[in-house]
Ligand binder design. Structure first.
Ligand code: GDP
Length: 141
């Protein structure tokens, strides 16, 4: 399987709970490496642009409000099959449906405050990595 890079965001709820380190440890424990990282407070324009694919959805305003409610920790994760591996570690979007032992089952409260974001495919990983880390190659060297 190919070495990939994917975008991970630790959302405001998990940053506020002071569990950045515990979540990063899950990634590292599964063999993923942090290839880039930054703690930022997104502007509304950045959050709207990042989630533009959901602009027509009824939950869009709630999603953007939540993502600008506090700082987020944004990382590029790198490793074999990083995109799917990160999705598996995250668990289902709704933490009530997330499998035991996943990040969302263990740290998330609701479908809005669901602890983490992860790119869902190679195409979105490419767009999302360069959105937050311009010039960074999506494929690991
Ligand atoms: P993800 O890839 O698992 O994060 O899920 P999506 O890309 O489908 O949705 C992006 C984010 O929008 C999710 O992480 C949720 O925070 C939020 N979201 C998705 N579906 C719903 C929904 O039905 N209701 C609400 N309130 N939020 C949702």
């Amino acid at each position: 399987m190919a070495i990939e890079r994917t975008l991970s965001i630790i959302k405001p709820d998990a940053v506020a709970k002071n569990v950045i380190g515990q979540i990063v440890a899950r990634f590292e424990g599964a063999g993923l490496k942090v290839a880039a990282a930054k703690l930022v407070h997104l502007s509304r324009a950045e959050a709207e642009q990042f989630y533009a694919v959901h602009a027509a959805r009824p939950f869009f305003k709630d999603l953007v409000d939540f993502m600008v409610s506090g700082p987020v920790f944004i990382q590029v994760l790198e490793g074999e099959g990083a995109i799917q591996k990160n999705r598996d570690l995250m668990g289902a979007t709704d933490p009530k449906k997330a499998a035991p032992g996943t990040i969302r089952a263990d740290f998330a409260e609701s479908i809005d405050a669901n602890a983490v974001h992860g790119s869902d495919a190679p195409e979105t990983a490419a767009v999302e990595v360069s959105f937050f880390f311009p010039g960074m190659n999506v494929y690991a060297r």
